[in-house]
Write a protein that binds this ligand. Structure first.
Ligand code: GLN
Length: 489
C-alpha cells in the first residue's frame, strides 16, 4: 500500500474495521523512506524497524481484543529533529548537537505517544530551524517530492516532504516565522501554526522563544486537526502555555463557511506574488465566497515591516538562546589550549554559516548603544503589527492569502542571497509576531505542476474558525494533493 492513497479518515476507519493494520502502515512508511533515502533525504534518523513494528503489533493486537484506543493509535508519525525524543537523538540539523541524546521527551511527543502515535523517525531541517529552504542542514538538503530539483521549503522541510511522499501519515514541525506553513505549501500538505501557547514548548529546542510553536502537518485538514487536539493544552512545564481547554478543532473541519467574514489584505495578492500562485489563491477565495462567506479587502499598512521586525527580534532571541552551546555544558567540543579557545573553536566549528550570521546580527542588535535603535524599535514595530493584525479581527473572522509569494524555488537559487531567502517569509511572519493561529492548505497546482498553499490566519485561540475555512478550501479545491508517484508501490 501507499500512504498517499488514503485520507486520514480512510486510514482511521481502515484500522477500526481492521481492513488495515498498523503494521501495514508502518511497513509502507519504512519501505518508502528506504526507497527515497538517496533522493529526498527527509530523515536524519529513523527508529529501529523492529521496535516500531513491535509497537504496531501491540496496537493491532489491542484492537483485535476490542480495546478502546487513542485517536492516533498505530499511526506512523515523523518528528522534526528539534523536538526532543528520548532514545532517538535530537540534533537540530547541526553539527553542534551531533550525538546529543535528550534526557526526556518533549511534552508534544509524550502526548502524541499517549494518543497512540508511533514515532518513526526524526526529520531533516534547517540548522536550529533557521531557514526557509532546508538547505542549511548539517545533514544536507532535503529535496521536494514534487520536483527533486527544488527545495521543500523550510525549516520543517523534512517533515513536509515526508508527509507528501507517503513516508509518514502525520508529522510535527515547528513554526517560528513560517517553518510549518511554508514547507507545507511547497510540498502540497496541510501545516498549522497554532496560537502562541497552544502547544507546550517543553522539549522544543529554543530558537526564538517568543515566537516558537510546534505545529501539526498532515496530508489533509482532518489529520492536522486530530494531531493538534492530541498535542495541545496547558503544561506546567511551560509557563507560556495556554491553560485553557483545547477547542474542538475536528468537528470544525466540516462546519462550512456560511456567514463567515473573510478579509484579504492589500499586498497579499499584489504584483509581488507570482501570477500562478495568485490565480490559485484567488480561485480558493472565490470558492469560499460561493460557499457562503463574504470577502472584503483589508488595509494593513504595518505588515510591510513584518520581515524586518521578525528577523531582528528572532535573531536577538536566538543569540541569547544559542549562548548555551559552548562546548562545555553540552554540544560539540573542540580542543584548545585555554577555555576561551574551547568556546571559540567549538562554536566556530559546531555552527553553520547561517546560524553564525543570526548570532552575530542578534548580538549586534542587543549590544550597548544599539539596543534602542534596533531591538527596541523592532519591538515597537511588533506591537503595532500585532495591534493592526488582531484589530482586523473586529471586522473579519479570518484573513486569507498566499502562504508564500512563489511556489517551491530551485535548490541553490536563494541560498547565497539571505535577503531573498528572508523575503519568502513575508506572508507567514505576521501571525508569529502577533501570536495568532494560521494554517497552510493546498489549493491546487501551478501549470508547471507545483503545489500552491493558501494561508488562513485567525485571531488568537480561534483555531475552530481556521479549520472551518481550511476544510472548505480543501473540499472546493479537489481534496488532498499527491505528488507524482515515487517509492514503494
Ligand atoms: N524562515 C524563518 C527563519 O529563517 C522561519 C524559521 C522558522 O519558522 N523556524 O527564521
Amino acid at each position: 500500500m501507499r500512504l498517499t492513497d488514503h485520507t486520514f479518515r480512510e486510514i482511521v476507519s481502515g484500522l477500526e474495521s481492521r481492513e488495515l493494520s498498523s503494521r501495514d502502515l508502518v511497513n509502507a512508511a519504512l519501505d518508502t523512506i528506504r526507497s527515497n533515502a538517496d533522493t529526498l533525504n527527509t530523515f536524519i534518523r529513523t527508529a529501529e524497524p523492529e521496535r516500531v513494528l513491535a509497537r504496531a503489533r501491540e496496537f493491532d493486537d489491542a484492537r483485535a481484543r476490542g480495546e478502546t484506543l487513542g485517536p492516533l493509535a498505530g499511526i506512523p508519525t515523523a518528528v522534526k529533529d528539534n523536538i526532543s525524543t528520548r532514545g532517538l537523538g535530537t540534533t537540530c540539523g547541526s553539527r553542534m548537537l551531533d550525538g546529543y541524546q535528550p534526557p526526556c521527551d518533549a511534552t508534544a511527543v509524550t502526548r502524541l505517544e499517549a494518543a497512540g502515535g508511533i514515532v518513526i523517525g526524526k526529520t531533516n531541517m534547517d540548522e536550529f530551524a533557521m531557514g526557509s529552504s532546508n538547505e542549511h542542514s548539517a545533514s544536507g538538503p532535503v529535496r521536494n517530492p514534487w520536483d527533486a530539483a527544488r527545495v521543500p521549503g523550510g525549516s520543517s522541510g523534512g517533515s513536509a516532504a515526508a508527509v507528501a511522499a507517503g513516508e509518514a501519515v502525520l508529522a510535527l514541525g515547528s513554526d517560528t516565522g513560517g517553518s510549518v506553513r511554508q514547507p507545507a505549501g511547497f510540498c502540497g500538505v496541510v501545516g498549522v501554526k497554532p496560537t502562541y501557547g497552544r502547544v507546550s514548548r517543553y522539549g522544543l529546542v529554543a530558537f526564538a522563544s517568543s515566537f516558537d510553536q510546534i505545529g501539526p502537518m498532515a496530508r489533509d485538514v482532518e489529520g492536522a486537526a486530530v494531531l493538534l487536539e492530541a498535542i495541545a493544552g496547558g503544561d506546567p512545564a511551560d509557563a507560556t502555555s495556554l491553560r485553557v481547554p483545547v477547542p474542538d478543532c475536528v468537528t470544525a473541519v466540516t462546519a462550512g463557511v456560511s456567514g463567515l467574514r473573510l478579509g484579504v489584505p492589500e499586498g497579499f495578492l499584489g504584483p509581488d506574488v507570482e501570477s500562478d500562485v495568485r490565480e490559485r489563491v484567488e480561485q480558493a477565495v472565490s470558492a469560499l465566497e460561493s460557499a457562503g462567506a463574504s470577502v472584503e479587502r483589508l488595509t494593513l499598512p504595518s505588515l510591510e515591516h513584518s520581515v524586518a521586525a521578525y528577523y531582528l527580534i528572532a535573531d536577538a532571541e536566538a543569540s541569547a538562546n544559542l549562548a548555551r552551546y559552548d562546548g562545555v555544558g553540552f554540544g560539540y567540543r573542540a580542543e584548545a589550549d585555554d577555555l576561551d579557545g574551547v568556546f571559540e573553536r567549538s562554536r566556530g566549528e559546531g555552527f553553520g554559516l547561517e546560524v553564525k550570521r543570526r548570532i552575530m546580527l542578534g548580538t549586534y542588535a542587543l549590544s550597548a548603544g544599539y539596543r534602542d535603535r534596533y531591538y527596541a524599535s523592532a519591538q515597537e514595530a511588533r506591537r503595532r503589527i500585532t495591534e493592526e493584525l488582531l484589530g482586523a479581527f473586529d471586522d473579519v473572522d479570518a484573513i486569507v492569502g498566499p502562504v508564500a509569494p512563489t511556489a517551491a524555488f530551485g535548490l541553490g537559487e536563494r541560498v547565497c542571497d539571505p535577503l531573498a531567502m528572508y523575503l519568502s517569509d513575508i506572508f507567514t511572519v505576521p501571525a508569529n509576531l502577533a501570536g495568532a493561529a494560521a494554517v497552510s492548505v493546498p489549493c491546487g497546482t501551478t501549470p508547471g505542476g507545483l503545489p500552491v498553499g493558501t494561508q488562513v490566519i485567525v485571531n488568537r485561540s480561534c483555531e475552530p474558525v481556521m479549520f472551518a475555512v481550511a476544510g472548505e478550501i480543501e473540499r472546493s479545491c479537489g481534496g488532498p494533493l499527491a505528488p507524482p508517484v515515487r517509492g514503494a508501490a
